[in-house]
Design a protein around this ligand. Structure first.
Ligand code: OOB
Length: 549
């Protein structure tokens, strides 16, 4: 296996192969095989163009030749920072064909994240759209001195993806080890900087195929990818990969606005929508007249963050023809889905049960002992598509994995009588902002780099639409000031992606600490939740203005 990665132990690998879970097949080979069955069906589309399965394979083939011509070869890492577009699909397949390892990055990433990813993964190239949402990605890529920049459109210093000769590499022809690393996903992160998650061809194919089955994807399905495609959920749960393997059609959207989605759903007759609760809430907010445009939808799969039961019920009421499905997933592997034939009660109130009969889960107390059935504990998992170690992170791996290979998810769950899991909280230090994960430690490290800041703690505060937002508790050096606006400017100047910027600052003399000096974040979370509730109450109609004395 690739240096820096932890292989599955032989006995597990042999069992997964014996049971037909892992096949001796690579991702490009599997996609090329699916394409042969339906060369003229539309495979992927975005707002500018659509391509058939045979065109998908042909374009990926020319891109693979372009990569080779530019010296990209087996095991070279390439950071893919593309918006949702056809090239995301063709370039990813091309990389996998030449054996280059995509590092899946979000378009929202800026200098800080990209600098880290390029250097940590030792990437030989980056792939971008020159400009996206008003940001000059080409200029940033040049500034980062990426060795090679591939771009969707011509731009200074970049190799355009669409100007290449007739050379082509047949997709699915290279012999590669299906049990070796195909790509790197990013971890939501717990300590320090986000970790890289190695996913193998065999495990990722299984992940996508089984997900497609659990979500009822067939060759007739049309799936709308509106979440950033670099995430595991829209990429392979079942996402783009599950759709390609099933001969279905994928439509990429760069907008997550409800009205835009309704428009695409109607025009493209979309059947499947993977989304986060925030998007589901947005769809519910559409005027009654627009809801008719969602008539083609059959399955809405909601995950990334806990879906509240009233939202699930409201979705079903608004769209009776739709199956509301929940998924508890993670880039690290384990996926739990509520099944499509589940009773409403279960589908509305739980986050699903493990996808595979080979998934092993434990729910444990802080001592690592299994809790009583139905009690809340930390979720641990091990299985045919769950990683055994992060890339080049031996220290983190010692904390995140048990000696016998279970991954400690940091999620607090309980198992309901139907066997499905309910997420009750977490012990990991992150903020889940509309499904996007913000690593508290990463932001705190930026904040304490400011001369005014003595100590910083970033915690989640409740938000009706996004579920959570980040709030920064800061203790400043005597006489200094540091307001929200200044903090955001500071984070922008440091090149931190905007979705990670705290949306509120609370200045305190001292942060509350335990007797071993650890910051009591639970106290801060309670404090900010109370403050927000009090502020809401004060704003509510009928609230009496505070009386002066
Ligand atoms: C998905 O993946 P990540 O890696 O961005 O985040 C994983 C974490 C989980 O450990 C859990 O804390 C949270 O996101 N989460 C949920 C959830 N789904 C994910 N928390 C509550 N309810 C849910 N339904 O988020 C992801 C990956 C693949 C499929 C779906 C989601």
């Amino acid at each position: 296996m690739l240096e820096g990665c932890t292989p599955f132990p032989d006995d597990f690998a042999e069992r997964y192969v014996r049971e037909g879970i892992w096949r001796r097949e690579t991702i490009p080979h599997a996609i090329a095989t699916a394409a042969l069955d339906r060369p003229d069906s539309i495979a992927v589309a975005d707002s500018t163009r659509s391509i058939t399965y045979s065109q998908l394979i042909a374009e990926a083939g020319t891109l693979a030749a372009l990569l080779s011509r530019n010296g990209i070869e087996r095991n070279n890492r390439i950071v893919i920072q593309l918006p949702n577009c056809v090239e995301f699909a063709t370039l990813t397949i091309a990389c996998l064909e030449v054996g280059a390892i995509p590092v899946m990055a979000l378009p929202a990433f800026r200098r800080a994240e990209l600098e880290y990813l390029l250097s940590f993964s030792d990437a030989k190239a980056i792939a971008i759209a020159p400009e996206y949402r008003g940001f000059d990605h080409a200029a940033l890529a040049r500034e980062l001195k990426s060795r090679l920049i591939f771009s969707t459109l011509p731009a200074e210093g970049c190799i355009p993806m669409h100007e290449h000769g007739d050379a082509s590499r047949p997709i699915g022809s290279s012999a590669r080890d299906p049990f070796d690393v195909a790509l790197f996903l990013l971890s939501g992160g717990t300590t320090g900087m986000p970790k890289l998650i190695p996913r193998t061809h065999a495990d990722f194919l299984y992940n996508a195929r089984e997900s497609a089955a659990a979500c009822g994807i067939t060759s007739e399905s049309r799936i709308l990818i509106a979440l950033p495609a670099a995430h595991n959920f829209p990429l392979a749960c079942p996402g783009l990969l599950g759709a390609l393997l099933s001969g279905a059609r994928t439509f990429f959207s760069q907008s997550t606005k409800a009205a835009d989605l309704a428009d695409v759903i109607q025009r493209e007759r979309i059947t499947h929508l993977p989304c986060v609760p925030t998007i589901a809430i947005g769809l519910l907010g559409l005027a009654e007249s627009l809801r008719g445009s969602l008539a083609s939808l059959r399955v809405i799969t909601v995950g990334g963050q806990r879906l509240q039961e009233p939202t699930a019920r409201a979705l079903k009421r608004a769209l009776p023809q739709v199956a509301v499905q929940q998924v508890l997933g993670m880039a690290e592997g384990l996926l739990c889905y509520t099944r499509l034939d589940e009773r409403d009660e279960v589908a509305f109130t739980t986050q699903g049960r493990p996808l595979s009969s080979a998934d092993e889960i434990r729910i444990v107390n802080p001592e690592g002992t299994d809790v009583a059935t139905g009690a809340v504990g930390e979720l641990w998992c091990r299985g045919p598509y769950t990683l055994r170690g992060y890339y080049r992170a031996p220290e983190r791996n010692r904390e995140a994995f048990t000696a016998d290979g279970f991954y400690r998810t940091g999620d607090l769950v309980r198992q309901d009588p139907s066997g499905n899991l309910v997420v009750e909280g977490r012990i990991k230090d992150l903020i889940n902002r509309g499904g996007e994960k913000i690593n508290a430690e990463e932001i705190e490290a930026h904040l304490i780099a400011h001369p005014a800041v003595r100590t910083a703690a970033v915690v989640a505060m409740p938000d009706a639409l996004l579920g959570e937002k980040a709030c920064a508790y800061l203790s400043l050096r005597d006489g200094d000031t540091f307001a929200l606006g200044a903090m955001r400017e500071f984070l922008a100047a440091r090149g931190v992606a905007q979705f990670k910027w705290p949306e509120r600052v609370e200045l305190v003399r001292e942060l509350p600490v335990t007797n071993v000096g650890k910051i009591r974040k639970s106290e801060l979370r309670r404090d900010i939740a109370e403050k927000l509730a009090a502020e809401r109450a004060a704003l509510a109609p009928g609230a009496t203005a505070p009386q002066g004395n």
